[in-house]
Design a protein around this ligand. Sequence first.
Ligand code: ATR
Length: 274
Amino acid sequence: MKSSRRPFYPWREAPEADFAVLGDPVEHSRSPKMHHAAYEELDLKFRYIAVQCPSDEFASALHRLSSLGYRGVNATVPHKESAARWAQSVEPFVRKTGVANTIDLKAERAINTDAPGFLATLAKETLPNKKALVLGAGGTTRALLPALVDAGFECTLWNRTREKAERLLTDLNLKLPVVSHPESADCGLVLNTTSAGLFAAKLPIKWSGAVEGAIAYDVAYGRELVFLNEAQKHGFQVRDGLNLLVEQGALAFEFWLDQPAPRMAMKRAVLEDL
Ligand code: ATR
């Protein structure tokens, strides 16, 4: 165990348990706390741990966890593409996007709960229109952009490295405008999937007065976010990634255990840990 605050195990030392989140780094993950809160709420005797695994050892790690009797795994950065490749069976969304975050080890089946989780959080909002500016072209965008397109949003994409945005669209077989100078005007939704917030970096957005009810959404959470502060100053309603974290976790829980996840308890556990 490496950290007293949020314990994790190198995959070779992972103990017997039922579920795990695999990542590198993984010590920041709130998933163990969140899933344990769900088990406690429903009086389930499962154990969910955080496991550190370098990107080239993902398959070996899954093999080990599987032989220890684990039922399911969440894959986080940098393993979401490996998870999609590893599975013998994937849902159509994973086949299309090449990213999965939830695995049933026994069935060797992988699904993506980030995309439906994200749409579930948006479904609670009343957006003024379906025009979205999406910022970023990394792993998170690979799931959330197609989710938005499937939900009927008219999306424009910006990324610091423009070629990466273009490559992503080619990969996803999407024909969408890529802009060099992102502008918020007319957008009902401005979605930040970049990791700029981790470095407190400001994105080069040309903000103009928000359309009434427009939302700026950052997938990050648990810290002061420059992007959301800027957006709020320009009249946007702001949302961070906390509800997305809870919803993707709840959908993973339901996929593995086939019963409704106690979302309130899961959210409380994350809030207590911030
Ligand atoms: P994730 O899996 O979380 O999406 P990722 O695949 O490493 O992470 O992608 C990180 C994204 O954040 C990329 O779009 C990256 O832009 P580049 O493609 O130009 O690297 C973006 N990003 C990271 N730091 C940034 C910053 N300071 N300003 C703007 N974009 C940033």
